[in-house]
Design a protein around this ligand. Structure first.
Ligand code: NAD
Length: 324
């Protein structure tokens, strides 16, 4: 029988890719979001434009016992959005309401299996001070001390999902994503993340020019290409493991190295100019021990391969915007 699936946040970066993947797998998919995907037509069979902060909308879209619900909707962005402190109230209010409403609607419709997209931003700041040796195993989340209110909301919502699993028998699957990137992601406007922002800066600059980097560029991160993220999501969703699992790459780089990679794929050389800007924690890397143990799988693709594809896509977007 055709699997019936709901994707919340289906107009966003990961959600729109997920809808495509679920369609390839033969599912019937309803998407819901405030907006249609920005860069491509949706692949969903049915797409509802609506605000998931509204409980009535949530009840309206969860009008049947879906086989699977993927909850990706959130008020989110890169460091320039979540680490400035200027959007904290909206981030917490909006994303918490979405999770409260959608869980309630799913529970009332007797939906069993629901996926929640949490974040590496839940990990405590005190374990991420050393850029060369961050600690991000799933069980290191407590005592909690995320460095952003975005992270606190994600941690609260993780607990909310786990409470619904405990009290209502829902089959909850929680991924902690570590910096997902790829084509069709936000690349300008303030909500973009480091890989997209660097691709844009390099594409716009002339060879031999200068690009800005926030901070000293020695802060570390890992980045996961969208296709591998989706593979992890589907494997986790169809596993029998309840509890948070990191979905990320273990290929940790400094932001300066990330910039060097982007220049390499662009075939350009430029100087890095370090300027003040929001940076988040000093070091972060995915710890994939639980992922390997529970799913028998881990991401394999080298970072530079995903950057090459993403750079070409962003370059194409910039060229398409130029007046003839
Ligand atoms: P995104 O911003 O592209 O997608 C989120 C979508 O949610 C957007 O399309 C937005 O319009 C929608 N949305 C927001 N408020 C809504 C509302 N009130 N009603 C309906 N829709 C609403 O982000 P993404 O990168 O695709 O991330 C998807 C999920 O994964 C988010 O929950 C995010 O916090 C989480 N996550 C992403 C990353 C990453 O690196 N991209 C890392 C960690 C966690």
């Amino acid at each position: 029988m055709t699997k019936k699936v709901l994707v919340c946040g289906a107009g966003g970066f990961i959600g729109s890719h997920l809808v495509k993947r679920l369609k390839q797998d033969g599912c019937w998919v309803r998407g819901v979001d405030l907006k249609y995907p920005e860069f491509d037509a949706t692949a969903a069979d049915d797409f509802v434009i609506g605000d998931l902060r509204d409980p009535n909308l949530c009840r309206y879209v969860v009008d049947m016992k879906f086989d699977e619900v993927y909850q990706l909707a959130a008020d989110m962005g890169g460091a320039g959005f979540v680490f400035t402190g200027q959007h904290d109230a909206d981030i917490m209010h909006n994303s918490a309401l979405i999770n409260l409403n959608i869980l309630d609607a799913c529970q009332k419709r007797n939906v069993k299996r629901i996926f929640y997209s949490s974040s590496a931003c839940i990990y405590p700041e005190y374990n991420q001070m050393d850029p060369g040796n961050p600690q991000c195993s799933e069980d290191s989340a407590y005592p909690a001390n995320p460095d952003s209110d975005y992270g606190w909301e994600k941690l609260f919502s993780e607990r909310l999902y786990l409470a619904y699993a405990r009290n209502y028998g829902m089959e909850v699957r929680i991924a902690r994503f570590h910096n997902i990137f790829g084509p069709n992601g936000t690349w300008t406007g303030g909500r973009e993340k480091a890989p997209a922002a660097l691709c844009r800066k390099v594409a716009l600059a002339t060879d031999g020019g200068v690009i800005d980097i926030w901070g000293d560029g020695l802060q570390t991160r890992s980045f996961l290409y969208i296709d591998e993220c989706l593979e992890g999501v589907l494997r986790l969703m169809r596993s029998d493991f309840t509890g948070p699992v990191n979905i990320g790459s273990e290929e940790m780089v400094t932001i300066n190295q990330l910039a060097e990679y982007v220049m390499q794929v662009a075939g350009k050389t430029m100087q890095l100019q370090h300027i003040p800007g929001p940076q988040g924690v000093r070091g972060r890397n995915s710890d994939n021990r639980r992922l390997k143990e529970k799913l028998g799988w881990e991401p394999q693709a080298p970072l530079i391969a995903g950057l090459a594809t993403t750079y070409q896509w962003i370059k194409g977007q910039i060229e398409a915007q130029k007046p003839c």
